[in-house]
Write a protein that binds this ligand. Structure first.
Ligand code: MG
Ligand code: ZN
Length: 220
């Protein structure tokens, strides 16, 4: 009983902080995306490739959630993003308050797109909105097609799924339809973008989705 009440309070506090983040990024005309997945789905590799494609024209910031290391922040900084690292010291998700603190370390007036790379985890990030415009799931085909049914909350709270590592489908003896059917069974409306961050296949559609989001933000 006590635990349930406490969790509710934590989530309510998080919603207030998320709303503050949302307003701040709206005022700065930033398009922001929370990237969520299990560990090893290829989020950081997708970000690296995205930076290679977009940094010439856009200022991109990344808030990196990592349990202990700064490795991913170093990787995206090397590709031209400004990065702020949040070390969760063992905690398994980011919350809106820590992301709000990270926003304070960035020059928001000089940012076009902001990515939050959430902690690799398919359970609690679903419940903790960070105040980004969009939430995106990355699902590596190597994880198997049963993930959406096992962790439906994650897929229901996102607008887009990047199905990554599609170059490995033939090796795995699987079809893209195995994944799209499983995703649609838990969220019929979700947009599915099949990509390979390794070969670059499908990545143009992702870049266009980001650019469209930024245009919509600027037209508000
Ligand atoms: Mg990573
Ligand atoms: Zn957690």
């Amino acid at each position: 009983m006590i635990k349930v009440t406490l969790m509710k309070k934590v989530l309510e506090g998080n919603e207030d902080a998320a709303e503050a983040n949302r307003q701040r990024m709206k005022d700065a005309r930033i398009f922001s995306v929370d990237m969520m997945s299990s560990p090893g789905s290829g989020k950081t590799t997708i970000l690296e490739r995205t930076l290679d494609a977009l940094v010439a024209d856009l200022n991109i910031a990344v808030v990196q959630g990592d349990v202990y290391t700064t490795r991913d922040a170093e990787r995206v900084e090397a590709r031209g993003a400004r990065a702020v690292q949040i070390n969760t010291e063992g905690a398994c998700h980011l919350d809106a308050t820590v992301v709000g603190e990270a926003l304070g370390d960035l020059d928001l007036s000089d940012t076009d797109i902001l990515f939050v790379e959430n902690v690799g985890n398919l359970i609690c990030p679903a419940g903790f909105e960070l105040g980004t415009d969009q939430r995106v799931m990355v699902l590596g085909v190597t994880e198997g097609s049963d993930k959406p049914e096992k962790y439906p909350a994650m897929f229901r709270r996102c607008s887009v799924v990047l199905v990554n590592k599609i170059d490995l489908l033939p090796v795995l003896g699987m079809d893209l339809a195995d994944f799209t059917d499983a995703i649609r069974s838990v969220n019929p409306e979700i947009e599915i973008l099949p990509v390979s961050a390794l070969t670059g296949e499908g990545m143009e559609a992702w870049y266009q989705w980001l650019k469209d989001g930024l245009i919509a933000r600027r037209e508000e």
